[in-house]
Each structure stands twice: as C-alpha cells, then as structure tokens.
Design a binder for this molecule. Structure first.
Ligand SMILES: NC(=O)c1ccc[n+]([C@@H]2O[C@H](COP(=O)([O-])OP(=O)(O)OC[C@H]3O[C@@H](n4cnc5c(N)ncnc54)[C@H](O)[C@@H]3O)[C@@H](O)[C@H]2O)c1
Length: 452
C-alpha cells in the first residue's frame, strides 16, 4: 500500500477520516447516519436546497426508522451537516460516497447524467488522497469505464490521488428487519488497495459481513443479478398465477406448499404489477449494456411483458366479474385500497396502483382511493385524494380492489365493509391478504390474483 493509503487506513480505524455523502436521498441519508453513528464526521451534499436545510435542522425526510431515530441527535452533536456545494463537502473529506440517482430516460435507457456530473465535479476536488465509493446502481463497467475516466480528467491518477470502489446499495426500503447497518456489503475496488480501504470503511460502520470481490464490475454485476433475479421471478409467478386462475387451481396455496421445500426454492408472490424505485428499473441497465454487447436479454424482455400485463389483467378480470352481476365499469364505483408500491410504506414510485387508476379512468369508472400512508397521488394529470378512512372510501361502492399489502388491510371488518357497499359487491384481493371463505361468507364476490 502507498503511504497515503496507509495513512487513510489509519484514519478510518481511528474514525478520524471525514466522510462526504453525495446525494441525500433514500440511500444517502441512512449511510450518512450510519457513518456518523460509527464516529466519523459527515458532510452531506445535495443539489436540493430544501433537503440540505432539513438535514441541517435535524429533520429526517426519508422513511427509514433508523435514520429518523438517530439523525436529529447526530446533527445536534455536530456529527452531520449538509451543503449544496460539492467542493465544500468533498475538498476536506477523506472518503466520498456517491449516492445520486441513476434513473431511466424517456427511451427507457440508463440516464447516467447525475453520476457523470458528480465525477466531473469531483475530479476538481481531489485534493489529498481520497477514497471514492460509488453506490448508485448501474451496469458492469460504469465505475471503471465511465466514472473513473471523468475523475481523472483534471490529471488525477489512481494510487497517487485516489482509491476507487463500487459497492452496491442493497437497502430494502421499509424493511423493519434489515436496514443499512445489518445488510452484508459487497465491495469491489479498481485495485487491491482500493478494495482494502473500502472494506475497512464498511467494516467500521456496519454490523454485517463485508464481502470483497475482484473488481468494481463484479460488484456492479452482483447488484444487477440480485434485482433481475427478483424481476424475473416475480414475472414467473405472475404468469403462472394467471394460468392457474384459468385452470381453476389455487396457485398461492401451491406457492406456500412449494415454500416448504427446504432447498432450491424461494417463494415469490403474484400481484397487480411490479413497483418501486429499483426492481422495475435496474434490469434495464443491464438490458442496455447487453444490447451494446450484441447480446439481447430475452428473459428480462419476456418478464417485462408479463409484469406489464398484470394491471391490465386485473382490470379485465374485474370487468368480467362486474358483467356477471349485470354491472359494467363505466359509472361503477371502484375503490382502490393502497397507493404505495408495497406494504407499510408511503412510496408510490412506479406503484402498480397508479397503473390501475389509469386503466380505471380509461374505463370511465368512478374511482375512490384510500391509503393510510399516502394522502394523494397524481396520475395522468388527475389528482386522487385518499379518503379519510376505509369506511368512508367504500360507501355505496360496487367493487373494492386491495392493491397494496398494508397490514391494516389484513384485519379490517369484512362484514362492516360489505354492509356499506352496494348490492353484489366485489372484493378483488390482488395481494392475497383475505380468504375466499371469509369474503364469500359476508356476501362478497371474491377475486384474488393467482386464485380461481
Ligand atoms: N431507494 C432504494 O431503496 C435504493 C436501493 C438500492 C439502490 N438504490 C440506488 O441508489 C441510488 C440513489 O437512490 P435513492 O433512492 O437514494 O435516490 P433519491 O432520489 O432518493 O436520492 C438521490 C439524491 O441525489 C440528489 N442529487 C442529484 N444530483 C445530485 C448531484 N449532482 N449532487 C448532489 N446530489 C445530487 C437528489 O437531489 C436526491 O436527493 C440510485 O442509483 C438507486 O438506484 C436505491
């Protein structure tokens, strides 16, 4: 190791290293908090003035229980501060962690503009020897072929001026059991020195194993694999769910039975689509890279077709059930419970519920929504305000769709809800939270994804 790298290793071990987190979002805030809690001085950088001001006032705006609990005291103690100015944050830091967005552009292709802009600006602020860590999700080759050349633009060189690592973020938004500190971390550096420094840093802030891999590209490929695994497996159960609805077989019961196999099977569950910030987006980073390499990813394309079909399938099935009781979607009141993309969170990014609302509107249904966590959403220029309660939302409605697995929806009084709705009401449980017998017992026509 170079003398500079050894000095940085010592600073990490003694917690004297200063950390700069670039991008204070769902990923950056918990990481800043974990670093400060471990004893490092942290400065966060964000281009959004409001976020910077909230951090400096000790206000946690990300839905993360760990950050909500610790951020205020760490800001008060002077361990975390924030700035809009990258130079201010990065120049005095020994470790810079990049957590900026990597969205898809209008064509559905990777938009690396945020990452590139940070790399360009960082290259002007590489005074002293720094460890630069990229956490933003991207395809293999991003760190070495795109980020590193931009970092070197102002004449800075690896070994002499910086160490560079890719470490994918695995945080599972809303997961009460696994947070930033207890999820194992994968680290791949551009050289041994970088990997060692990166691993030492994460070991010092986490209570979880740190796994080193041979290069940033392997670490990037790891992230792609993890999220494509989810996307493809969700598509698999979605497709099989639709088949078994037709076959008259309870596929959810089959998944639960298969899950008793102690090896070689991991249950995934069908639903009204795939939502959230990562799973519907990340696979298309590798799709792009694969296309460039002349190797189209057929499984991801097929999965996209299946997953995108699920909201359409849901509404088509609802329309058929309405027809069976002499009703039709136009002028029928349909209530959608759940706007968030998954249970117990308020995040509506790419939520399947938004697609359901779009399709219901196209079908000229009268729509009401309720979500205990989400006050309102805007879809296609129309604002949907959440009713004040489950009860208020269903009065005189014809159909109720459970679109999100919020815990409250597992235990509501079915007979009370049924009594407030019109004749021949339909309960469409896309998340399989309630049973056929309890629903039919109180007079609902029961539909559930994956169940006949
Ligand atoms: N949200 C998750 O659960 C999750 C999980 C794993 C990985 N990721 C990945 O982590 C990265 C960040 O995701 P996120 O959810 O935290 O995004 P986010 O949108 O919540 O936060 C990103 C932040 O970066 C800021 N930003 C944009 N450009 C900037 C710049 N030039 N300088 C400083 N700040 C800038 C934005 O204002 C925003 O506050 C993405 O690549 C994402 O795919 C996210």
């Amino acid at each position: 190791m170079s003398a500079d790298a050894v000095a940085l290793l010592d600073k990490i071990r003694s917690k004297k290293a200063r950390v700069c987190v670039v991008g204070l979002g769902y990923v950056g805030v918990p990481l800043a908090v974990a670093s400060a809690q471990a004893g490092f001085g942290v400065m966060g950088v964000d281009v959004e003035k409001e976020k910077v001001s909230m951090i400096n006032n000790g206000v946690c705006y990300v839905e993360d229980a760990y950050s909500e609990r610790h951020l205020p005291e760490l800001v008060r103690a002077g361990s975390i501060s924030a700035t809009e100015n990258l130079s201010e944050g990065a120049s005095s830091a020994n470790i810079v962690i990049v957590c900026v967005p990597t969205p898809l552009d209008a064509e559905g292709e990777p938009d690396l503009s945020f990452l590139k802009s940070v790399a360009r600006n960082l290259s002007k602020n590489l005074s002293g020897f720094k460890l630069v860590i990229v956490e933003s999700t991207s395809f293999p080759g991003t760190t070495t072929d795109i980020f590193q050349p931009l970092l070197e633009r102002s004449g800075k060189k690896p070994d002499r001026d910086f160490a560079l690592v890719y470490s994918p973020e695995r945080i599972d938004y809303g997961n009460a059991k696994f947070g930033v500190r207890n999820i194992p971390k994968v680290v791949g550096g551009i050289n041994d020195e970088s990997t060692r420094l990166g691993a030492e840093f994460y070991k010092s802030i986490l209570d979880a194993p740190v796994v080193t891999v041979g290069s940033p590209s392997v670490a990037e490929a790891t992230k792609m694999l993890e999220n494509i695994f989810r996307y493809v497996n969700i598509a698999l159960v979605n497709e099989l769910a639709v088949l078994h609805e037709t076959l008259g077989v309870d596929f959810v019961e089959a998944i639960n039975a298969a899950a008793t196999k102690p090896f070689g099977f991991m249950p995934h569950y069908p639903g009204p689509g795939v939502g959230g910030h990562c799973i519907p987006k990340d696979p298309f980073y590798l799709v792009y890279k694969a296309k460039q390499a002349g190797f189209p990813l057929r499984l991801v394309s097929a999965s996209k077709a299946v997953n995108k079909m699920m909201p359409v399938h849901t509404i088509e099935r609802l329309a058929l059930a309405l027809k069976a009781v002499n009703k039709s979607l136009p002028n029928t009141t349909v209530v959608v419970w759940g706007l968030a993309y998954k249970g117990e969170v308020k995040d509506t990014r790419r939520s399947p519920s938004l697609e359901l609302l779009k399709l219901l509107k196209q079908s000229r249904a009268k729509i009401r929504v309720f979500d205990p966590y989400v006050p309102c959403v805007t879809v296609g220029g129309k604002e949907y305000e959440s009713n004040s309660s489950e009860i208020e939302s269903v009065r005189d409605a014809d159909a109720l769709i459970i679109a999100t697995a919020h815990n409250a929806f597992r235990s509501f009084d079915l007979s009370k809800i049924r009594s407030l709705m019109r004749s021949n009401p339909i309960l469409f449980d896309t998340r399989n939270l309630r049973t056929r017998s309890e629903s039919e017992e109180v007079g609902f026509t029961y539909l559930a994804t994956g169940r006949p």
